[in-house]
Write a protein that binds this ligand. Sequence first.
Ligand code: AMP
Ligand code: ZN
Length: 465
Amino acid sequence: MRIYNTLTNRKEDFKPIVAGEVRMYACGPTVYNFFHVGNARTFVVCDTIRKYLEYRGYKVKFVQNFTDIDDKMIKKANEEGTTVKELGDRYIEEYYKDADELLLKRADINPRATEFVEDIIGFIKDLIEKGYAYEVEGDVYFSTKKFNEYGKLSGQNIEELQAGARINVDDRKKDPIDFALWKAAKPEEPSWESPWGNGRPGWHIECSSMASNLLGETIDIHAGGSDLAFPHHENEVAQSECRSGKQFANYWIHSAFVNVNNQKMSKSLNNFFTARDILKKYDAEVIRFFLLAAHYRTQLNFSLELLDSAKSSMERLYNAIYNLDNLLEAVKEENLRDDEIEYKNTLQGYKEKFIEKMDDDFNTADAISVLFDLVKDINCNINNNSSKEIVEYALSLIRELGSTMSILQRSTKQSLEEEIESLIEERQKARKEKNWSLADKVRDDLKARGIVLEDTPQGVRWKKI
Ligand code: AMP
Ligand code: ZN
């Protein structure tokens, strides 16, 4: 298996520290709001990588944190007249609702930064003792220049960073590029006791602390959105490696942005769609299909039209499942016929191809194309004359490959019913708007698929003919 490593800027063979096991850390959400489709992409990408590694036989320990203390949290809590703790509790609960609906497998551990303050303080003490950090009036800063390799992850040059940082000089720092590990408490802010007085941790140190505490000083994979590579991850590397003297993470994976009209989807630009709103209109599998139909390192444009087209693409895959389900009841022969042995190998070949694509830096885009090729082949070659065994094999193959992305897992009965109900709704809406041609089209399309609609006083009913 090969993974594109941001640290080296190339694809590398994946070799975990302990054979057969993977320790993976992903930066999770700041819990002051519902998460949006951009965040969802990063979560879905991490979830898919984890599931695929498990599919390939690795035992994965996956940690994703909650940032539940930072400036945005404090500001939002003040605006709402609530505490940072209550705000965090509430949005963690909301996160789980949306994440579960999006079919994200829960992490083995979801640590909260505020639960790790003691560990963070110990971490900072170690850095001060080793001469990598210093205290000024209750703040603690990291001496960036003391880490010779600073910039190695994001490819930044320390001199250029210094030149840039001089624009915003903070007198208390020894060097403009030093960053805060600990922030002295301001009035009305939540704070914890520390050797440097009351205060709170900086953002970067929390992930270094939680990752090393829960997964060890060197982990296999560290992941997050590409906006985090600098400064967040660069600073994580500096802090962690200065403390342990060891490499922090062997593979760094960064997923590209979801954009809206070529601008990053973000809360601050107010161009975002929450995952929750989109989940009201689209099935979770459709959203996952949309997010995974592009490779995770390419930027992805978001629009409702693109989601609609993802929906119809996925319906094509479901149609094949639906046909196979029906064939299971129609076919007469139980066991694989001699002339089907070779065809079973052909189908097996698609599985190999799928694995080859996913093994190549989790190329979900190409893997999904393989699914379409597989389905096309099945549609052409499996029919009433096939054996039950080959029908079952084809069906289980589609399901198995889809499971690595958590798509194509719904029962066709359920998905067909849902689809028909939503088409009926569309027709009702068209009728209300006196759009008779659209209403007739929906009815005719359904009829062509063997489904007739009956208008009754209790509403529209449908049946199969
Ligand atoms: P936040 O809650 O802003 O800390 O973000 C949580 C995760 O979502 C981080 O890994 C971010 O890098 C990622 N993220 C934020 N915005 C986007 C976007 N537009 N596209 C992809 N990932 C994003
Ligand atoms: Zn982080």
